[in-house]
Design a protein around this ligand. Structure first.
Ligand SMILES: [Zn+2]
Length: 263
């Protein structure tokens, strides 16, 4: 596949003999290349996982959040990075940009930074299957004339946050972690991060949970109307993955966590 910059992408399994041939040819012709590794899991492996980290696909992202008027309570939030900010209103999404509007009209699931927004059928499926730890919030589109129009969609909401990950986690970049609270400013540094949790920290986990760590770019100087807030990632049981899969939702990556011994 060739992208807009003229870069060529080749995807191969790591045991494909053509990979060795390709590397030899690139060396011989002095072509520069980079390699990215991505883990893939079978349905059996996903079904057997204790919890799955849900990673947010870029293509489902719709602009929204505090800059469009979503309200937050900052009384327990870090003053530096805003980790711990608590959303207190419906989620406001962009109803003016044509690309975002097209996604809102056609995608079963859209995302807004770390938030996941499902259509009503998927919300009903999650509810009727008795998924624990999950409730829903209303979602509005903010039109060009600033009018707020309620959408036939629901924001997934989980109150239960797990304790911090075990230091045995792989693929989390702590470079930009907030120096004040150590909670905000995490990034995933590889395509397939493997979060690890101590067994005792999983007691009381629901079907839908959030991470203690807050992920993503942060722009926060105290004024929400200009802020980009970090957010906790979702950790869900295989039951939730099954419901998304049965609904035909694609694009999300579901990555099993590792459970490590208590220490
Ligand atoms: Zn902070």
């Amino acid at each position: 596949m060739r992208d807009v910059h003229g870069d060529i992408y080749v995807t191969l399994f790591e045991d494909d003999p053509r990979l060795t041939v390709l590397r030899q040819l690139l060396l011989a012709y002095r072509v520069k290349w980079r390699e990215f590794q991505e883990d893939t899991f079978t349905d059996e492996e996903l079904d057997a996982a204790r919890l799955l980290l849900v990673t947010i696909p870029d293509e489902s992202m719709v602009f929204g959040g505090p800059r469009l008027g979503t309200q937050f309570d900052l009384s327990n939030a870090c003053p530096v990075c805003a980790a711990g900010a608590r959303q207190t209103s419906a989620l406001m999404l962009d109803g003016a940009d044509p690309e975002d509007v097209a996604k809102l009209d056609t995608y079963r699931v859209v995302t807004c930074y770390q938030e996941i927004v499902v259509d009503e059928q998927l919300a009903e499926a999650l509810e009727s299957e008795g998924v624990t730890g999950l409730s829903f919030r209303s979602v509005y589109a903010v039109r060009k004339d600033k009018r707020q129009v309620e959408l036939p969609r629901r924001q997934m909401w989980a109150e239960h946050a797990l304790p911090p990950v075990s230091p045995h986690s792989i693929g989390m970049n702590p470079r930009d972690v907030c120096s004040s609270c150590r909670r905000g400013g995490f990034y995933f540094s590889q395509l397939s991060p493997r979060l690890a949790y101590r067994a005792r920290d999983l007691t009381g986990a629901m079907d839908v949970n959030r991470t203690w760590e807050w992920y993503g770019y942060v722009k926060f100087k105290g004024d929400l109307s200009e802020a980009v807030l970090p957010g906790p990632a979702f950790l869900v049981s295989p039951k939730v993955w099954r419901i998304f899969k049965d609904a035909g939702v694609t694009g999300f990556k579901w990555l099993p966590i590792r459970v490590v011994d208590d220490e």
